[in-house]
Design a binder for this molecule. Sequence first.
Ligand code: G1P
Length: 288
Amino acid sequence: MKKLRKAVFPVAGLGTRFLPATKAVPKEMLTVVDRPVIQYVVDEAREAGIEHFIFVTGRNKGVIEDHFDIQFELNETLKDRGKTEQLDLLDGMQPAAGTTSFTRQQEPLGLGHAVWCARDLVGDEPFALLLPDMIMQAEPGCMAQMAELYRETGGNVIGVQECDPAEAHKYGIVGRGEEKGAGFRITGMVEKPPKGTAPSNLYINGRYILQPTIFDILETQERGAGNEIQLTDGMLKLEKEEPFWGFHFTGEVYDCGSPEGFVEANVAIAMRKKELKARVVETVERLR
Ligand code: G1P
């Protein structure tokens, strides 16, 4: 079994659910408490042992590349002023030289197409895929737990969670088969099923470990739900040839692509910080 070394972050999305905030600032760069959303997602991948970080970007997303680069002027100024704590913080987050790659999805044709754009950078090895809207909170993190399951099962692994059945039409939904350790065999999947037709209430939560065979399938994948090239449709084809395992994630998840999820993430993450918790509780109490 090939080691899981690379992760793909499809960050080309327009962020239309979050206008006007995302008119000039990429949604992945919106700040949750003290760092941009994308930093949480990259840290989750790093915790899972990922060594190379591949970003599928688009126009107006250049600032993401800057965020993961060294800012020399800033570092020098911090050094001059003796701000070692801030320097250490930046150092600790800095991907090593040569461990990030950026490519562009030139047209907004859907998640399946965005993933396919990373094919040359991934090459012939398994890869993690992390949708950047979702901040997951758990110890160990969601991707670290999935990587552990992957070491037992091989094949492909998809993170799933339960949703309100009335919300199932908003997501990719999987069918649940035989249990294996922390996972279960996936028996079919459907992207955004029409209301009342979902095979279960287990939705795909935006974390995947996939084999590179998916790229050949995505190359010719026709458009599906929303007239977009859907990753779920490609995975459904691959499932005929290779096993897919579901990992039932039980931690917290915040969809930061929408104002509601973003506000919730800010409150939840601030509450985890000793220095902010009392202040947040006091503010909410005072205003409610
Ligand atoms: C995408 C995936 C879907 C998944 C969802 C999780 O949909 O296509 O299967 O359930 O992310 O957020 P999107 O949110 O891009 O419509």
